[in-house]
Design a binder for this molecule. Structure first.
Ligand code: GDP
Length: 306
């Protein structure tokens, strides 16, 4: 063992490529590493080493690097196995937040998709922030009307424009020092925003997505891109296509925070699905204009598997 140089468990896995791992060492060097034999056996439970994992590296006498151990995860984004399947498939580890990017216009925001992303974050117990980009294209009043329901649902909003620079400093501040999963439909300005935050960053994310989309199957492989100001932006190219990642319908209502304070007032309490039961406080609140109808309609659509 004397010829093996060890690092502490502060190296970060940036991505996996076949059986090797691209790992950032504590001093910022990126090296290729393989899993040590014992760890490989442990991985048979299906819980693989993934991007975002903090690992301990060792330098072997032949100069190669091995991953010796994996630190416990503080959080993760996982795709649950389909009903009946075992366990969850972890896509990325130690995520601090999910950043959902939408455009105020061009393309028109698709609120159903936004709600899906928010449910996904909530189901993984991850905080979400919504970035509304291209705010230069709409009137302030329209923007406020659109964003109101999300602010009411307790989700932080960051309004940005790459064109006039609005909100870029705030976005950079929210990204620095954290590991953020960035998602949103194409064309909303994700690459442009990242380039505005750090020159060249959008390009690197774009390359990953392009490479993955060229493959015959969409994969859910993730990659972390280090930020100069500290932290990482993560791209999970399969995220957009994956719908709800196996979230149970029985659980769905828990991920609409504005429903939660009302459920004790439903005649069927916790068992109320807020879709058809008599004396449902959520439906009453929608009728009274106290819960946003669009958000409620998203919920119903998701319950119906749309
Ligand atoms: P992505 O697919 O989400 O990465 O989107 P892109 O970054 O490629 O941007 C899509 C288009 O929107 C490009 O033509 C950008 O120039 C444009 N765009 C990006 N941000 C803004 C913005 O804040 N305002 C306006 N008006 N256009 C933008």
């Amino acid at each position: 063992m004397s010829d093996v140089r060890r690092s502490r468990a502060t190296a970060t896995v940036l991505r996996t490529i076949g059986g090797t791992y691209e790992v950032e060492t504590p001093d910022g060097e990126v090296v290729a590493a393989t899993l040590r034999g014992r760890l490989k056996l442990e991985q048979r439970t299906g819980d693989r080493v993934v991007a975002g994992d903090r690992v301990e590296l060792a330098r072997q006498s032949d100069g190669s690097w091995t991953i010796e151990s994996v630190a416990p995860r503080t959080s993760m984004l996982a795709r649950r196995a389909p009903r009946g399947g075992r366990g969850a498939r972890v896509i990325i580890a130690n995520v601090d937040q999910v950043v959902v990017v939408f455009a105020a216009a061009q393309p028109e925001p698709r609120l159903r998709m936004l709600d899906r992303f928010l449910v996904l974050a909530s189901a993984n117990a991850l905080p979400a922030i919504i970035v509304v980009n291209k705010v230069d294209l709409v009137e302030r009043a329209e923007l406020t009307a659109r964003c109101g329901p999300y602010a009411a649902a307790g989700c932080p909003l960051c309004c940005t424009s790459v064109t006039d620079g609005a909100g870029i400093d705030e976005l950079r501040e929210r990204l620095c020092g954290r590991e953020s999963v960035l998602t949103g439909p194409s064309g909303v300005g994700k690459s442009s925003l990242l380039n505005a935050v750090q020159p060249g960053l959008g390009l690197r994310i774009g390359e990953v997505s392009k490479a993955v989309n060229k493959g015959r199957h969409t994969t859910v492989a993730a990659q972390l891109i280090p930020l100069e100001c500290g932290g990482y932006v993560a791209d999970t190219p399969g995220l957009r296509e994956l719908g709800l990642w196996g979230i149970d319908k029985d659980e769905l209502r828990e991920h609409f925070p504005e429903f939660l304070p009302l459920r004790d007032s439903c005649r069927f309490g916790n068992r109320c699905t807020h879709t058809h039961e008599p004396d449902c406080a959520v439906r009453a609140a929608v009728e009274a204009g106290e819960v946003d109808r669009e958000r409620y309609d998203s919920y119903v659509a998701l319950m119906q598997g749309e």
